[in-house]
Design a protein. Structure first.
Length: 128
């Protein structure tokens, strides 16, 4: 369900653009949330990707975990599969704890990536 690619050519060869993208937020701590959700660039090489075909599986296994993210309109709620979801460092820690407790499918791969996210200002879950 979770994939990392060496570069974008490898990603395109795997399946084009039908992916959800987990991406590190590289903006510095203290950046206003409005700027964080307005300044998103897609397709980073160090992102973790979820193929669109795995949406139902991701939602079943992780939908209840990926809540509380901030949308582009600055509202929060369940993950929006068609938009921007930003998770700050505190939410990153809560998500890690929930995954460690529930151990959903393929959680080891996701946890490894989330541990890397600790070095950033949270992360995004970007919809299609």
């Amino acid at each position: 369900m979770f994939y990392r690619f060496w570069d974008q050519d490898e990603r395109r060869a795997f399946g084009g653009g039908d992916f959800y993208e987990l991406q590190f937020c590289r903006l510095p701590a203290g950046t206003p949330v409005k700027r964080i959700v307005d300044r998103v660039e897609f397709w980073h090489d160090d992102s973790l990707y979820i193929p669109g075909d795995d949406t139902a599986l991701f939602d079943r296994e992780y939908g209840a975990i990926f809540t509380g993210g901030t949308y582009r309109n600055l509202q929060t709620g369940p993950w929006d599969e068609y938009g921007i979801n930003y998770y700050d460092p505190a939410l990153t820690e809560r998500i890690i704890a929930d995954i460690l407790e529930k151990k959903p499918a393929e959680h080891e791969t996701l946890l490894k990536w989330l541990y890397e996210a600790r070095g950033y200002n949270g992360f995004y879950l970007l919809g299609v």
